[in-house]
Design a protein around this ligand. Structure first.
Ligand SMILES: [Zn+2]
Length: 293
């Protein structure tokens, strides 16, 4: 599932290419993905793109917004005359529309061209959604309202950056395995399986360790590593280990820098021991039993 760095990467790309375009038409091929009245957004202009946790908001100039959650395999890819030389990754179907394209937005042509631009929504598993909402209702969307502060310095809308003292409180109060706690969006927004695994390895903490058994030093170290791993991934355009692509359909690079995630049976870069995989809370969990305690 795209996590904070992937959705942030997508947001930055859409800000660059989609903002300023007018939505001229919407072709809805899988109705359950597009929720609400398309006529409320046809004819409006995109004014900005925001991210909250793993969710996206496309802001329009007519009092409505599009709230989007990519869930496991959603993709949003822009194509206009200024992007014709860019090759869309095979992870997005190579050429668009693909058999996994479920919504197509037709946009007004980019400046200086006569050809309409497009925004494609692809989704292999079809769990994602796009919802038409009033701008004033954004803050009431359940997954925004209940979202915890984010381990990121540049939050949008009313989101807050997670502070060390908040993190100490969250960790100190929970008897859950630390990895499961890190992925609870109501406590901390934006961390999923990849970055929970990576941050715990870097902080040398076992994913199974009960949160309230972490020492002060471990909590501080983990706090620092979470911010760093997220920031590094945003700088490298996110991770494309499954099918994440950016706003132009290109893969990110952070998967090349994973230290433990998806590296079961490989050598630990720190101690030369062997990385193990186990299930924790139903998710594949990667760790080095030698380095993480
Ligand atoms: Zn190790």
């Amino acid at each position: 599932m795209p996590e904070l760095p992937e959705v942030e990467t997508l947001k930055l790309g859409l800000r660059k290419y989609l903002v300023g375009h007018k939505i001229q038409d919407i072709d809805i091929r899988v109705p359950k993905i597009f929720q609400g009245d398309q006529n409320r957004v046809i004819g409006s202009k995109v004014t900005d793109i925001k991210r909250v946790g793993k969710g996206l908001i496309i802001e329009l100039n007519n009092g409505f917004d599009l709230a989007i959650h990519l869930k496991l395999t959603g993709q949003l890819i822009y194509q206009g005359t200024e992007t014709t030389r860019i090759k869309v990754s095979d992870k997005a179907g190579g050429a668009l529309p693909s058999k996994h394209t479920h919504i197509i937005f037709t946009l007004d042509p980019s400046a200086g061209s006569g050809q309409a631009a497009k925004l494609f929504y692809n989704d292999l598993r079809k769990f994602g959604w796009i919802r038409v909402i009033r701008e004033s209702e954004v803050k009431d969307l359940p997954f925004f309202k209940e979202m915890g502060p984010e381990p990121y310095k540049h939050p949008d809308l009313n989101q807050k950056t997670l502070t060390l003292s908040e993190f100490q409180l969250i960790v100190g109060k929970s008897g859950l395995p630390i990895k499961i706690l890190l992925m609870d969006q109501k406590k901390i927004g934006g961390i999923g399986n990849i970055y929970a695994n990576e941050a715990l390895f870097r902080a040398k903490i076992s994913p199974q360790k009960k949160a309230n058994n972490l020492s002060d030093g471990e909590i501080k170290q983990l706090y620092k590593e979470i911010f760093e791993v997220i920031r590094e991934s945003v700088n490298l355009g996110g991770s494309s280990d499954v099918n994440f692509v950016n706003a132009l359909g290109q893969e990110g690079e952070y998967q090349r820098h994973f230290l433990v995630y998806s590296r079961a049976k490989e050598k630990c870069k720190r101690c030369k021991g062997t990385i193990k995989k186990m299930q924790l809370g139903g998710r594949g969990t990667y760790f080095c039993p030698n380095c993480q305690h």
